[in-house]
Design a protein around this ligand. Structure first.
Ligand SMILES: [Zn+2]
Length: 276
């Protein structure tokens, strides 16, 4: 996909099944029909790669399954194997934006090396996280995970924090690279942020878990995946209106069916994705 002269790719880690307690496993052979009304029982996992010509940027980093060779599933796709598919090395990535710090978005940033040391998967990346989100992750230590089971695992990030690799954003909006703007929304988590990609009159939004898949286009009741459901609902509505006004393409992280599409209005004035 292209937005202006930016190249965008979605790096799919496959389809996963999430148990109510938050354990996640890859579905390798799924013969049964998918269940579209249960968006969090089956999820895709698609970090976004943006090549601006000057910067190689990742939006969220996936689960990192298989990066640690001692794992039960060593041979599975992850951020490193997926970059390779598109001709990029981990050292090429210079910017990462994390929408929030739940482990299904952040765990791919690091892995445990053979000597037990936490190692950065993307050794040259500067990582942008909202300061509020880091505080929420630290504050969660010892508490049970969120309603949907997706919790924080801040331990894996201490190494990157200690190495000064993480930029903690305090402002609500910042253009981190020309054409790439992060916008704090809160709602899903206290420091959740989305990314606007704008280049030569074209726009795309990556909305993390605020709009995780196409089923959230018209889901204006408070969703139980959010830590602040009312705030999330309001932010989701405002973003969708903005996307529609901008004729923007939405990129989904957790979709099983449609990974991206342009936001249009349907005949009932609801939001939909442009066909085709
Ligand atoms: Zn998620």
């Amino acid at each position: 996909m292209e937005i202006g002269d930016f190249r965008l790719e979605q790096l799919s880690e496959g389809i996963f099944e999430v148990s109510p307690a938050g354990s996640i496993r890859k579905i390798r052979n799924h013969h049964e029909k998918e269940t579209p009304n249960e968006p969090f029982s089956r999820v895709g996992l698609d970090p976004v790669l943006i090549d601006t010509g000057s910067n190689s940027i990742l939006l969220d980093c996936g689960l990192g399954m298989g990066l640690d060779r001692s794992e039960p599933e060593p041979d599975t796709s992850n951020i490193v194997t997926n970059l390779d598919i598109f001709g990029y090395r981990p050292t090429d990535i210079d910017v990462v934006v994390l929408s929030h710090l739940h482990y299904d978005h952040a765990a791919g940033l690091s892995f445990t090396g053979t000597a037990g040391q936490v190692t950065a998967s993307l050794p040259n990346a500067r990582i942008y996280v909202q300061k509020l989100e880091w505080e929420a992750a630290l504050g969660s230590i010892g508490s049970s995970p969120d309603v949907n089971g997706m919790g924080y695992e801040p331990d894996d990030l201490y190494r990157l924090v200690a190495d000064g690799r993480i930029v903690f954003l305090e402002e609500e909006r910042r253009e981190i690279v020309p054409g790439i703007t992060v916008i704090r929304t809160g709602g899903h988590t206290p420091g959740h942020q989305v990314v606007r990609i704008r280049r030569k009159g074209q726009t795309a939004y990556y909305c993390g878990d605020l709009i995780p898949n196409e089923l959230y286009l018209n889901r204006f009741h408070a969703a139980k995946i959010d830590t602040d459901p009312l705030k999330a609902k309001k932010a989701r509505m405002l973003l969708l209106q903005q996307c529609w006004r901008d004729q923007a393409t939405l990129l989904f992280y957790h979709s099983v069916f449609r990974k991206a599409g342009m936001v249009v209005r349907d005949k009932n004035r609801g939001f939909a994705l442009k066909k085709g």
